[in-house]
Design a protein around this ligand. Sequence first.
Ligand SMILES: Cc1cc2nc3c(=O)[nH]c(=O)nc-3n(C[C@H](O)[C@H](O)[C@H](O)COP(=O)(O)O)c2cc1C
Length: 210
Amino acid sequence: MKSFNQLVEKRRSIRKYTPEIPSEELIRQMIACAGMAPSPSNIQPVRFIRIRSGKVKDHLRQSFTSGHEKFLALVKDLKSGKPLLNRINAYKRYSEFMFNAPVLFAVGVVKDVSGFSKTLLDAGLLKDDLRGDTDLDISIGLALKGFILKGESIGLGSCILTAPLVFIDDMESIVGLPDISVKCFITTGYPDETPPYIEKRGIKDIYLEI
Ligand SMILES: Cc1cc2nc3c(=O)[nH]c(=O)nc-3n(C[C@H](O)[C@H](O)[C@H](O)COP(=O)(O)O)c2cc1C
């Protein structure tokens, strides 16, 4: 069994998978770990929506393709649009693999949560709900980390994706769950690649004292 350090240090985003579909039991183990994450006042706002339906996937792909075409048309009229065009096409590539992944989830948060700052806003003590979105984003990140590391421990790779949501502009109607706000996708499956080494910042860069 891999040690905690090995799980954390060896984890990489995986975008290429073998065709084998991981068992429901393994997927549930990953979701269960995600569910153990901390959240503000233990509201547990994160939801994992497994996209199994071919119809929904087709719809997502169509919307993704039209979003990409829309950006291409817009960038065409820009002077010196070439670097932007390359960027758009790179993010297209870094999105499309999700449609072929053995398992695809949209990950979101329930909309009607009332955190501390929202409560103060409703009481007229604050002008804006300053913390609400940040708290939900932190909660999503923590849940995803549980999901990813559990996967890592049982031989399953994964990759978080937010780029597709820049292309897909009608996500909520496609998913059809009006109470959930989708924040990202995550793919999982058995890795069919070993990503090249990338540098991670060391402690001296990320650990500050004041
Ligand atoms: C919030 C977030 C959004 C990301 N979106 C994408 C994405 O849309 N497409 C993609 O291929 N990778 C995406 N990634 C994965 C990152 O590219 C990856 O984590 C980074 O390059 C570091 O590589 P590593 O995960 O292998 O350490 C995303 C990661 C995070 C945390």
